[in-house]
Design a binder for this molecule. Sequence first.
Ligand code: CU
Length: 181
Amino acid sequence: MPAVTEREVVASERRWGLFVAATIAVIFAAIVWSAIAMGLSPPSNGAIIDPKTLHLSREFTEANLGTSVTPDGAVVARIVTAQFQFTPACLVVPAGRPVALRFSSPDVIHGILIQGTNANTMVVPGYISQVTTVFRHAGDLLMPCHEFCGLGHSQMIANVRVVPPADFRPGPDGRVACAHR
Ligand SMILES: [Cu+2]
C-alpha cells in the first residue's frame, strides 16, 4: 500500500467534516422549516396545564380518563402518566380510524410509545402531550414508559386494546373502557 501523507489525511478529514456539517445543516433546516412554515411542534407541548391540580379540574379528572367519543365522532383517549403507572392501565381504541391520545404528568417526565405504531412522545409535567395515530390491526399492544422516571420505571407499562370497528361500542356517555379482569 502506498504511504498516506499527513496532508492527505488532513484533506480527507476535512472532506468528511464538511459532509457531516452539511448533513446537520440539512436536518436543522428541515426542522426549522417544519416548525415555522408547517406549524409543527413537538407533541410534548400541546397545551399548558397545572400539574399540581391535574386530578382536580379540567380534562384529566378521574371520571374523564380513558377513551371517549366526542359528539362529532372523534376518538380521544386521556391518560395520566405518574410514577409508576398509567391511569387507566388499559385503553380500548378502534382500529382503522384516527385516535387522539392525550397525556399529562403530575410528577416527573415520562415518555410513551405504543409498539408497532408511530405514537411516541415525552410527557412533561405542566404540559399536555398529544399524539394522533391510526391503529391498523386489532390486537393488544404494549405501551411502556420510555423515559427513566425512577426506581419503578421498568414496571410502568399499559395495555392498548385495539378492537375491530364493529366491536368498538361506546356507552351512552360516549365512553369505552377495558372490561374488568
Ligand atoms: Cu415513567
